[in-house]
Design a protein around this ligand. Structure first.
Ligand code: URA
Length: 271
């Protein structure tokens, strides 16, 4: 079905007016628009339908485009008034690491002391364990994309930060959430893995315990999601063997989703 010129110019005028409205909002400091899952899906199918009507081919952005888009998200976070106005997060932005071409994204909660010092997510003790987990899957950190829901280290009360880290608050998660959603939308991985309760609740709006929620496939923005323990939980666990095996079972589920072969040796890890 083709559309006539009159409809074509109406759609074009509508899109121009939407675009100028969004630019205006952006100029006035609003860097993101919160959409419900339902609205995001409707918008996506509207985009597909318009593209097919106009015979526009919409290939996935190239690596270069994706890297530029990720850089743009980073810059938006650094300019976000909403985040600064909270006044509860520290100054240094810790964004993401890894490749925008990744088939898998790992999402944690917020940077801690080492991450803030190095400006990279997951480089402290939890990060070292995460690296081991990634390696056990047969991957390297450079093959994956690693990010956090909250991009600044949360301040502790009284301002005496020292080496203390704190779990981000609900409002900090909500203000930061649009950016990780944008990262997922740019990268379009085959799978997202949330690490720990904060990332699980923030991304999927699940309130159950992690133990009850793991082992299943969820979906966000059309992307499959699994939830697993935060590496720091394993470092503190009173039943480390049991919990390592559980996390490893989650990683085998991830490998299945990614279409990776699991060797006999890998099947028996932490048994
Ligand atoms: N914990 C997280 O959730 N993220 C990090 O980057 C480091 C520790």
């Amino acid at each position: 079905m083709t559309i006539d010129n009159q409809k074509r110019s109406k759609i074009s005028a509508g899109l121009k007016s939407l675009s100028s409205h969004l630019h205006e909002m952006n100029r006035s400091g609003i860097s993101s628009v919160k959409l419900t899952d339902d609205a995001a899906e409707k918008l996506n199918s509207l985009k597909k339908s318009i593209n097919s009507q106009f015979n526009i081919e919409c290939p996935d952005p190239s690596t270069k485009d994706k890297a530029a888009l990720i850089k743009n998200i980073k810059s938006k976070v650094s300019r976000s008034k909403e985040i600064k106005e909270l006044g509860t997060l520290r100054e240094k932005l810790v964004f993401s690491s890894g490749t925008p071409e990744a088939k898998i994204i790992f999402i944690g909660e917020a940077p801690g002391r080492e991450e803030e010092e190095q400006g990279k997510p997951f480089v402290g003790p939890s990060g070292q364990l995460l690296t081991k987990i990634i390696n056990a899957m047969g991957l390297n950190r450079e093959d994956v994309y690693i990010s956090n829901i909250v991009k600044y280290r949360p301040k502790v009360e009284g301002g005496n930060q020292g080496s203390s880290n704190r779990k981000p608050s609900n409002i900090e998660v909500q203000k930061s959430l649009p950016f990780i959603l944008e990262e997922i939308n740019v990268i379009k991985p085959l799978l997202v893995v949330t690490l720990g309760g904060t990332a699980m609740e923030g991304l999927l709006n699940i309130n159950g315990t992690l133990s009850a929620s793991r082992g299943k496939l969820y979906e966000k923005l059309g992307t499959k999601v699994i939830v697993t323990y935060h590496p720091s939980f394993l470092l503190r666990s009173k039943s480390p063997n049991r919990d390592k095996r559980r996390l490893w079972e989650d990683m085998m589920l991830a490998m299945n989703v990614l279409g990776m072969k699991i060797t006999e040796k890998q099947k028996n890890y932490f048994k």
